[in-house]
Write a protein that binds this ligand. Structure first.
Ligand SMILES: [Zn+2]
Length: 175
C-alpha cells in the first residue's frame, strides 16, 4: 500500500491514545519504516524485487523497530505495543493492497514461508484510494477536534495554521 497511507494510519492510531508529540511522531515512523527495504529501488529494479517486502516485512524487524523506537518514548510499554501493532497493520495493509506477487515472509530469516492473501487488490485500485481517503478524513477530524496535525513536531507553525484552518470545518458540541 502507499507510504502516505501507512504514515496516516500511524497518526490516526496514535491519536486514539494519550501520548506525547514525540510518541505520535514515532508512531508514524513505526507504521511506515518497514518500507525502508524498498529504498533499494534506487539501486536497480532487480535488487528492489529481491529485497522489498523481505528485510522490513517480518517479525524480527517488527520487534527490533518497535523496541528501538519505544526506547525513545516516555510511555515505553504502551508505545512498544502500539508500534508493534502498527507494524503488523502495515503488513496487513500490504497483503491487501500491494497487488499481485507481493508476499510477506513473516518468519524471515528463520523460515522461507511467505504469506499472501488471494483476496487482495491491485496497488493502483480504487480500494487503496478509499483506504487513503478514510485515513485522510481521520487526519482532518483529528485536526478539527484534537487540534493537531502530523506536522506538530517538525513544523509547529504550519501545524498551528492548519489547525486554525481546520476549525472552520468544525461541527458539533466539541470544544
Ligand atoms: Zn510495506
Amino acid at each position: 500500500m502507499h507510504i502516505q497511507t501507512h504514515i496516516m494510519s500511524g497518526w490516526c492510531a496514535a491519536n486514539c491514545l494519550e501520548l506525547t508529540p514525540k510518541e505520535r511522531f514515532l508512531a508514524m515512523l513505526a507504521a511506515s519504516l518497514p518500507d525502508l527495504d524498498g529504498l533499494t529501488y534506487f539501486f536497480g529494479r532487480e535488487l528492489y524485487w529481491s529485497t522489498h517486502h523481505i528485510y522490513g516485512h517480518n517479525l524480527v524487524f517488527a520487534l527490533l523497530l518497535s523496541g528501538g523506537l519505544a526506547a525513545f518514548c516516555t510511555h515505553k510499554l504502551k508505545c512498544f505495543l502500539l508500534f508493534l501493532g502498527l507494524v503488523h497493520l502495515h503488513f496487513i495493509m500490504d497483503l491487501l493492497g500491494s497487488g499481485e506477487g507481493w508476499t510477506i515472509p513473516y518468519w524471515f530469516p528463520f523460515s522461507k514461508t511467505e504469506y499472501v492473501w488471494s483476496f487482495g487488490w491491485d496497488f493502483n485500485g480504487i480500494e487503496n484510494k478509499l483506504v487513503a481517503l478514510a485515513f485522510l478524513l481521520g487526519c482532518v477530524g483529528i485536526a478539527v477536534y484534537l487540534k493537531r496535525t502530523p506536522l506538530e513536531l517538525l513544523m509547529p507553525e504550519l501545524d498551528r495554521r492548519l489547525v486554525r484552518w481546520a476549525q472552520k470545518l468544525k461541527i458539533g458540541p466539541f470544544s
